[in-house]
Write a protein that binds this ligand. Structure first.
Ligand code: SF4
Length: 75
């Protein structure tokens, strides 16, 4: 059995380039140019990544679990 993995996605059309995500989780997000992007394809479940998705002022970050269910940002 493989370890559960999450995926993160940044919508570059929504991102305002604030850099909050890259500052909070530099291993997961990077800001290169006007918009951030995911720095990894998959990651181990990490509550802090959900926190970052919640904090994004543009609502540009989505997090999906191993089943493909959107789990972040949280309502
Ligand atoms: S926190 Fe949101 S708006 Fe700011 S750089 Fe990251 S994805 Fe873009």
């Amino acid at each position: 059995m493989t370890a559960p993995t999450w995926t993160v996605h940044v919508d570059s059309g929504l991102c305002m380039g604030s850099g909050i995500c890259a500052g909070a989780k530099p291993g997961v997000f990077r800001l290169d140019g006007p918009a951030a992007e995911a720095a990894v394809d998959q990651l181990a479940p990490d509550e802090a990544v959900l926190d970052v998705a919640d904090m994004c002022p543009a609502g540009a970050i989505t997090v999906h679990d191993a089943e493909g269910t959107e789990i972040g940002p949280r309502p």
